[in-house]
Write a protein that binds this ligand. Sequence first.
Ligand SMILES: [Zn+2]
Ligand SMILES: [Zn+2]
Length: 139
Amino acid sequence: MGSQPQFEHPNKAFGWAARDQSGLLSPFNFSRRETNEKDVSLKILFCGICHTDLHMIKNEWGISTYPLVPGHENVGIVTKVGSKVEKFKVGDKVGVGFMIDSCRSCQNCAENLESYCPRFTATCGAKYRDGTTTYGGLL
Ligand SMILES: [Zn+2]
Ligand SMILES: [Zn+2]
């Protein structure tokens, strides 16, 4: 077990989490990392749930870790941008899909094909570079 999710990062967050394979979700307080120079923070307004989420909630692929906040089909409004962000500004409508990061050093990443990066970071139920868990957008 890592540190407590609600205190790992400075930004308080709330979502609905699966705690086990039952399929039930319950309220979950956690935290998001600070907005770094190349980060965009957003207020999530809507989040879809697809069958991938259902598989993950019930650990049907054997890779889930709990608590798990599903939701990798997010739409929201930008609330903060890092100092080196150029393509987004506060107030923009944005979407977040299945992945939130890639290795940025493989051939695929070098060719702007991050979707094919073998070491991408999934939006939920994965590990950030700092070792903390990623949580999806179901709120
Ligand atoms: Zn999906
Ligand atoms: Zn890569």
